[in-house]
Design a protein around this ligand. Sequence first.
Ligand code: UT7
Length: 318
Amino acid sequence: MKARILGTGSYLPEHVLTNDDMAKLVETSDEWIRERTGIRERHLTDQGTLHMACEASKRALLNSNVTADELDMIIIATFTPDYLFPNASCQLQAALGAPNVPCMDLSAACSGFIYSINTAAAYIQAGMYKKILVVAAETLSRVVDWEDRSTCILFGDGAGAAVIGADETGILAMDMGSDGVKGPVLYCEAWPITNPIVNKGKAGKLRMNGQEVYKFAVRRLPKTIETVLQESGISVDEVDHFIFHQANRRILQAAAKHLNIPAEKMPMNMDHCGNLSAASIPVLLDEHNQSGKIKRGDKVVLAAFGGGLSWASALIIW
Ligand code: UT7
């Protein structure tokens, strides 16, 4: 038994902040941002993570022809939930109506969606569950330091979702890993300790050593892709679509050059939504799927890297 992606959905908030808008907030320019990252604009939410997760999920259920009451489990990948508890997936369960199923949030930063589909696949392959809703939703605008031009220009808000179901084909190979020693190059502290004996100030903001993350990404991305290709015995030429975490156009181009991936097989959408952390891959996957570019039987490689530091990939038959 394999775990297949039955359908996808995504949601980007209406409000758009362009690079020119950004240049009014911090000292930067449209030219600098586009050249260094490939980003033109990003979407910002005024409603939060649950709202976006819910919209993306409804679209994924519709696209999969699955109803909420058929679900056996809900997993949400996020590090920007609206509440610490109940977790975002319990809130989503209440909003969608999927009574009594187990709901869990999974925190693996930008690798979160692939960690989550790999987790869902493990439950399905073990025969425990048949249909699992996997969502990635991030309100990054809530943790970005709007005075730090080296990070605030990169991120946006959004959500993507997929229904994973038991089938004869689907995910052929998975790779996941992490290197906690390098954690300090990309992090966001949670709540400070504030109690009657100590007051450590305000909630944390996202902090990043961009060059260190860049070096990690250009080395790690090709490696994790090679791992799933080797495990499934499929060559780069046989793969139809490479859907990568949309952090920076230059990182993806470097990986593509290393592995000889033609540009037409590696869609990018960071131009209109920036870096969505865990939501980046399912949003791009859904845009590509809804435009009819992915056909049944196509071979799709998903790959991500990010906070942890972490990485993950999957090779899927559509
Ligand atoms: O999903 C999470 C994973 N995160 C990533 O993948 C991020 C990986 N890293 C990157 O994408 C790149 O490192 C950045 C896009 C973040 C930065 O690009 P860079 O080419 O590494 O720039 P840099 O940090 O070396 O900075 C170059 C210059 C500096 O000025 P000086 O010291 O040369 O005078 C920065 O102060 O660019 C300056 N700078 C900016 N200038 C205009 C930094 N941010 C900006 C900005 N606008 N927004």
